[in-house]
Ligand binder design. Structure first.
Ligand code: NAP
Length: 254
């Protein structure tokens, strides 16, 4: 039955930045499809996403790690393996954005965005990928990209650079690991109503301009990425490698 190929029963997932926003929606969706999930954030799980996952009858633990700090990736990954035994699915979702004109963009904002959105994602891909290669049982890696993987944006140079790089990284890893049963893909969400876009939604002009350009006529909700995430983490996407699945209400088609 084809619908069975969308099941994640018994799989173990690590979703970074899953205390809220898109990461929380992805973690809950993977759990609903059958996976045990490690929830991750910088300091706490304020919305008790772990508790909601346990209500589905899955295992879930919260692990804190600041991904702006290089060695934290190894600690996070090792603790995740210790908690669940193996990691079959990695979703690199944690991400930050800093806005400022390019001419005065603060170097620390550049460094922090590249560290969290690109360098930490690569390091976690490497750690999870190596473990998957050793086990020989394949695996799934999904990187959360952005429309700014394709477009330059305005006042967000480090974010556009990091998200463009994340898509190229996705393709590079897919080329190396596809033959070993590891699917590396990306999801590029459009304009979604989360904390990440709070500043845009507060600005009446920017908010109106954005809405006018979205063919579906609304901001995305976190749960709009759930189906794409389940698909790319499940056996249903076995022959999908290096793909960027855009979930944007039609923005890029415009
Ligand atoms: P969000 O609501 O701000 O949530 C971000 C998550 O990342 C939180 O769980 C946060 O954890 C975690 N995080 C941030 N910095 C971290 C750090 N240094 N170390 C560890 N964890 C950190 O963001 P979102 O809108 O859901 O975005 C999720 C992903 O989707 C990001 O990669 C973002 O770039 C991408 N995206 C979002 C949109 C959009 O419209 N919202 C569009 C395209 C792509 P704590 O708060 O617990 O620290």
């Amino acid at each position: 039955m084809i619908v069975e190929r969308f099941q994640l029963t018994g799989k173990n997932a690590l979703v970074t930045g899953s205390t809220k926003g898109l990461g929380a929606a992805i973690a809950l969706a993977l759990a609903e499809a059958g996976a045990n999930v490690v929830i991750h954030g910088r300091t706490s799980d304020p919305h008790d996403i772990c508790g909601r996952i346990r209500e589905f009858g899955r295992r879930s633990v919260f692990i804190a790690a600041d991904l702006a700090d290089g060695p934290a990736c190894l600690q996070l990954f090792e603790k995740a393996v210790e908690a669940l035994g193996t990691i079959d699915i990695l979703v690199n979702n944690a991400g930050i954005i800093r806005r400022s004109p390019a001419s005065e963009f603060p170097p620390q904002d550049w460094d922090e965005v590249i560290a969290v959105n690109l360098t930490a994602a690569f390091r976690l891909c490497q750690l999870a990928g190596n473990r998957m290669l050793e086990r020989g049982a394949g695996g799934k890696i999904v990187n959360i990209a952005s429309l700014l993987s394709f477009q330059g944006g305005v006042f967000v140079p480090s974010y556009a650079a990091a998200k463009g790089g994340l898509v190229q990284l996705t393709k590079a890893l897919a080329n190396e690991w596809a033959s070993r049963g590891i699917n590396v893909n990306a999801i590029a969400p459009g304009y979604m109503a989360t904390e990440n876009t709070a500043a845009l939604r507060k600005d009446p002009d920017r908010s109106r301009q954005i809405l006018e350009r979205i063919p579906s006529g609304r901001w995305g909700k976190p749960c709009d990425v759930s189906g794409a995430a389940i698909f790319l983490c499940s056996p249903a996407s076995e022959y999908v490698h290096g793909h960027v699945l855009v979930v944007d209400g039609g923005w890029l088609a415009r």
